[in-house]
Write a protein that binds this ligand. Structure first.
Ligand SMILES: *Cc1c(COP(=O)(O)O)cnc(C)c1O
Ligand SMILES: *[C@@H]1O[C@H](CO)[C@@H](O)[C@H](O)[C@H]1NC(C)=O
Length: 385
């Protein structure tokens, strides 16, 4: 990061960079209001990510000029060169976080600095420039503040989903480090997930597909990681399952469930009660929800909480010996999602389905919600006057 405490500085961490890199500066933010505010019908969106609010945040960057002034402007289509390297070589990345509405009619962002840090890490992975994380967060806060009424339009759209995106705008078919880029943030409506505490998600596991590999970039939210997972997802659906349980390596390690981190609550092979999730060894996306679950359950101190490898063999024998208590996925989209069964080697492995209230996932969900909606220290209120 080439910026210090919000001040413009012209020192850069990269010694080879000749040009001065300026920071993203929230103080330079300009706001151009849309003529048609709250124009769209506020009906609950039929599917995720289809109804957007009226404004977007854009910040341009060039190697020569550094970061331009952040702008909040009416939501609009982008115009990019057909050779733009984000389209050809996926020199781009994204983030996903939500603003939650509380009973006091205020919105809160949940641990948003973790998203900013992860975004910065993704940028480094595709040689896009870094930025001042707290300055960008302040710009996003201003955007959400402007759009906050969208979150209170109806019962069904109780929070906003925020999608920071960062793309190379370099117009060349040459594969090279970008010299121009656009960082933008759009906001969409999401229905409440509380109604959908269903029977749980079904997963299909087959070692022929791998989501991420050691030394690769599966630990970054780069678009290319997701487009390439669709064929496996389609195959899972042909097997009657909703998502893929991604396996890795000859020992068929359990890594992630769809685009969620995965947790196993069980009596482990040493007879110890344990909540386990795979370690961040490069093939796991470091989820904010994952980290929060680890933090919360470690604080409880009621059972072992481990970041450790879990293989299909270990899961299968634990299921045979009735040592599995519960399995769930975690991510911003659904927060915590109970898993019902896994189709593996032509067999259906049923996961225990206790009644909702006794589930560990239900208990964790309650505590995370308390933080999202009420706790002033971790979440971050938007002013609502
Ligand atoms: C985004 C994502 C997650 C969840 O991360 P959160 O920060 O909890 O939303 C997990 N796995 C993958 C592959 C993801 O892209
Ligand atoms: C933006 O692009 C979409 C899809 O190409 C198009 O349907 C829409 O009319 C465009 N909007 C404007 C304002 O040009």
């Amino acid at each position: 990061v080439c910026c210090v405490a919000g001040a413009r500085v012209d020192v850069c961490a990269e010694p080879l960079q000749r040009n001065v890199l300026l920071c993203v500066q929230a103080a330079d933010l300009t706001i151009q209001l849309s003529a048609e505010r709250l124009k769209s019908a506020p009906a609950a969106p039929k599917s995720f990510g289809t109804v957007f609010t009226d404004h977007m945040l854009t910040i341009e960057w060039t190697e020569a000029e550094g970061w331009g002034a952040p702008r909040i402007q009416p939501f609009r289509n982008l115009s990019v060169h057909p050779a733009c390297t984000s389209l050809h070589y996926s020199i781009q990345l994204f983030e996903g976080l939500k603003a939650y509405s509380g009973e006091d009619k205020r919105l809160r962002l949940f641990r948003p600095m973790l998203n900013m840090k992860r975004m910065s890490k993704s940028a480094q992975r595709v040689c896009l420039p870094t930025f001042d994380e707290s300055e960008l967060l302040e710009c996003i806060r201003r955007l959400v503040e402007l759009e906050q009424d969208w979150a209170f339009l109806s019962e069904s759209s109780s929070h906003l989903y925020i999608r920071p995106t960062f793309i190379s705008t370099e117009a060349t078919l040459g594969l090279k480090k970008p010299t121009s880029a656009l960082l933008y943030v759009i906001v969409c409506l999401v229905g409440s997930y509380f109604s959908s505490t269903s029977e749980g998600l079904s997963l299909w596991a087959d070692p022929k597909y791998t989501r991420a590999a050691k030394g690769g970039n599966g630990d970054c939210k780069l678009g290319g990681n997701y487009g390439g997972s669709l064929a496996a997802q389609a195959e899972a659906q042909r097997f009657g399952c909703q998502q893929v349980l991604w396996l890795y390596g000859d020992d068929q390690q359990i890594t992630e469930a769809g685009t969620m981190n995965v947790f196993l609550y069980w009596i482990n092979e040493d007879g110890v009660e344990e909540l386990a999730t795979p370690p961040l060894d490069g093939i796991i996306l470091p989820g904010v929800t994952r980290q929060s679950i680890l933090d919360i359950t470690r604080k409880w101190g009621e059972f072992a909480v481990s970041e450790r490898y879990l293989t299909m063999d270990q899961l299968c024998s634990a299921l045979e010996q009735r040592r599995v208590k519960e399995m769930f996925g975690s991510g911003t989209a659904c927060m915590i999602c109970h898993l019902s069964h896994i189709v593996y080697k032509g067999e259906k492995l049923s996961l225990p389905s206790l009644d909702g209230d006794s589930l560990l996932s239900t208990r964790i969900t309650k505590e995370v919600e308390d933080i999202q909606f009420n706790n002033e220290h971790i979440s971050w209120k938007l002013g609502r006057s």
